[in-house]
Design a protein around this ligand. Structure first.
Ligand code: SAM
Length: 283
């Protein structure tokens, strides 16, 4: 019995490792500029429409960071990719911000913008302007926000959410981050729901007790385009599964919101049907 169990567990572990390795392989052709083009230009980023994907996401993030219950010294964004929209609200209330991604091409894209080398694949100005508008600030405040963001980002670090310690040892101060943001990462790097739940536990380890988690992700998605001809598999999630994964990892759900993609935002670069927004607290 024991031997059989040891064998079965060994096989399961092997299968899990294979799944994770296959995911890493599917990221080899990831093209930051194409990904930005697919997801962060119109129609998905149409700032004149409140129901565009990006307007909805920025609205949720703005609310989460202005409700008054989130504060502290260190904000960590998990799986930043080549994007900055997810930290435009949070950068105002934290002293230090750490961006992270698995891929060097994405870390390089972020560093190009941070170092203001003028060679970014996407112009973030309309994003900065939109978030300043949400904050009730004037037309010129966007460049102050850009400076603020460049000033508070202390590092752009490699991360692997499938490792029990996703960051290099000593990368964060010992109590952990005060707040984590993670958008469209865990479900699009995990081979199945178990791996998603495990990865959520791994990133939870980066957060101090009572720290906040802002998690945004895809619902009902089975793939997305990471570049021309690059199809990346995704774990299709529903709200109940997201809630259960949070609970299993010791998170208390504070808010869950769901966005259903309008038909004209279904542009063929993925098969996402909706987006969830979660604000939770680590117990
Ligand atoms: N956060 C960005 C956004 O909201 O658009 C990017 C999300 S993108 C769908 C998924 C990101 O996960 C990619 O940037 C990819 O490089 C990163 N990634 C891939 N494998 C990963 C891993 N094992 N651990 C952490 N991140 C990973």
């Amino acid at each position: 019995g024991c031997l059989h169990r040891a064998f079965t567990e060994g096989v399961q572990e092997k299968t899990m490792e294979d799944g994770v390795a296959a995911m890493a392989a599917s990221y080899e052709g990831f093209d930051p500029a194409a990904y930005l083009q697919y997801n962060y230009t119109a129609p998905r980023a149409d700032f004149t429409r409140r129901d565009s994907t990006v307007s909805w996401k920025l609205g949720c993030l703005h609310r989460a960071f202005t409700e008054g219950d989130i504060s502290g010294g260190l904000l960590v964004d998990v799986g930043s990719g080549p994007t900055l929209y997810q930290v435009l609200s949070g950068c105002e209330i934290f002293e230090r911000l750490v961006l992270t991604d698995f891929l060097e091409v994405n870390r390089r894209e972020l560093k190009r913008w941070l170092q203001d080398q003028g060679k970014s694949s996407l112009d973030w100005t309309p994003y900065l302007q939109h978030v300043c508008k949400l904050e009730g600030r004037g037309a010129l405040a966007w460049s102050e926000k850009a400076s603020r963001l460049r000033a508070v980002v202390s590092d752009v670090l490699p991360i692997d959410v499938h490792r029990p310690q996703p960051l290099a040892p000593g990368a964060l101060p010992s109590p952990g981050a005060d707040c984590l943001v993670s958008c469209f990462c865990l479900e699009s790097v995990s081979p199945d729901l178990d791996a998603f739940t495990r990865a959520l536990g791994h990133i939870g380890g980066l957060l101090r007790p009572k720290g906040h988690l802002i998690l945004i992700g895809a619902l009902g998605e089975s793939f997305y385009q990471g570049g021309p001809g690059v199809q990346i598999p995704v774990v299709p999630l529903d709200e109940a599964q997201v809630c259960s994964s949070l609970k299993q990892n010791g998170f208390t759900l504070m808010r869950l919101e769901v966005y259903v993609l309008p038909d004209d935002m279904r542009v063929g670069v993925d098969d996402v049907s909706g987006i969830f927004f979660v604000k939770a607290r680590k117990e």
